[in-house]
Design a protein around this ligand. Sequence first.
Ligand SMILES: NC(=O)c1ccc[n+]([C@@H]2O[C@H](COP(=O)([O-])OP(=O)(O)OC[C@H]3O[C@@H](n4cnc5c(N)ncnc54)[C@H](O)[C@@H]3O)[C@@H](O)[C@H]2O)c1
Length: 466
Amino acid sequence: MSKVAVIGAGYVGLTTGACLADLGHDVTVVDIDKEKIALLRRRMVPFFEPGLRELVERNAAAGRLQFTTSYADAVPGAEFAIIAVSTPEGEGGEADLSYVEAAASSIADAMDGPLVVVNKSTVPPLTGDMVSSVLKKHNGRHNAVVVSNPEFLREGSAIQDFMHPDRIVVGSNDRQAAEKVAGLYAPLNAEVLVTPNIYTAEMVKYASNAFLATRISFINEIAWISERVGADAKLVAEGMGLDKRIGPTYLDAGIGWGGSCFGKDVSALTAVAERFDYHPELLHAVMDINRDQRMLVIDLLREALEELPGRVVGLLGLAFKPNTDDMRDAPSVDIARVLLAAGAELRAYDPAAMERSRAGHRVERVSAARPGSRQTADAPSGDRRRPQHLRSSRDEGPGIHLSRHWPGVSRGRSSRAEPGSSVLTSAKSCSLARSGCSPSTITSPGRPRTSAIFKATPTSSFASST
Ligand SMILES: NC(=O)c1ccc[n+]([C@@H]2O[C@H](COP(=O)([O-])OP(=O)(O)OC[C@H]3O[C@@H](n4cnc5c(N)ncnc54)[C@H](O)[C@@H]3O)[C@@H](O)[C@H]2O)c1
């Protein structure tokens, strides 16, 4: 069993650290966020991920899992340092690699012998070379080999995905180092792909996320066409998914993908392609379609309510998908911004993300947004510097009121709502509406002004993020 330093205690770093400890490795997780580490030392997990608290508790109690803010406590004597820090969207859609660079330089300062540095953060091809040169620049005395080992877990099922992966991908210009990294996962008996250079492994991750995002935008496009020709998009997707060459996942039409990965990763891949003089037309279309899907909800609401000012709209689901409290690039945020700008009042509920929403997420009012058609829908969300955050009930002024729970909901098929009516429908006879996009009626005697309610959290199969 190996001594491992994991850099970053976020969704990926903490899951990786806890799971590797559970496999028997001696793991120390480092994070620069003092509050996070203080919580973890008290065996509290700073975000919601099913089963993670128990895993952390068990392995910390067994002495296999430690937490620190100091690289000097984690790196000396370790055989592996696994970088799992954030790689958010940066200038012009490129991945912002400043956290990775900072982590590499701190590793170099702390290392006291040969080390395998594993890049688990999602990074564009050639990042391994950058990490390698930072390590060399900051520490000429000890040899560090860089291996790419992208992570494919999904929030909400992170432990299951880590412990039962479809595949493990490792790639390095030093094959022996790549195989050593694969050895960390040996107890999982998973299929391992060792790529002959680091760029290929880096590219596998981007290509995988871009492909999944493409499936979602593809089925949304098919749904638009199906609706026009009178076909049922849900059944079309089912019929496609029964084909073994296609498979059923990531084929749910709806409000599109959200989360911390797909948007930034497709955008970063696009930026890489353009840097290398290739115009990735398909990837641009995939992003455009996704942006438009979010505004479809607004169209449906306008159709159902005729007007938005003064209407109270319920958002069921705030996080970007079920079983997580992650609000990064959640469709609910864009949708809420547009509804607020249009003068609606929002009531929101999420079974897992209420705390996160209260903890300072804000929806900014947008001024001249005229949400609506597919053609104009990118007005509010065309600004790629998302996400803006949710306003909490403690904030002043109109905005989102976070509810502790939601009253009963009934769906119907009549067409228009009157202000104050307790039963309202919208369900446009539309395949997209049938896929969970539609506002529904709400029976709400206690809240007579509530006009519409809809699911703002996409279903798990397509609101992904790996
Ligand atoms: N979240 C997912 O579902 C998922 C899945 C696969 C891959 N990824 C990729 O994994 C990476 C991490 O994602 P995440 O969702 O865990 O991010 P996160 O924001 O939840 O966690 C990142 C952590 O890194 C810490 N950090 C930043 N700079 C640091 C430094 N210099 N030293 C030590 N700690 C530092 C932050 O404080 C934070 O706790 C990203 O590249 C992401 O694209 C994410």
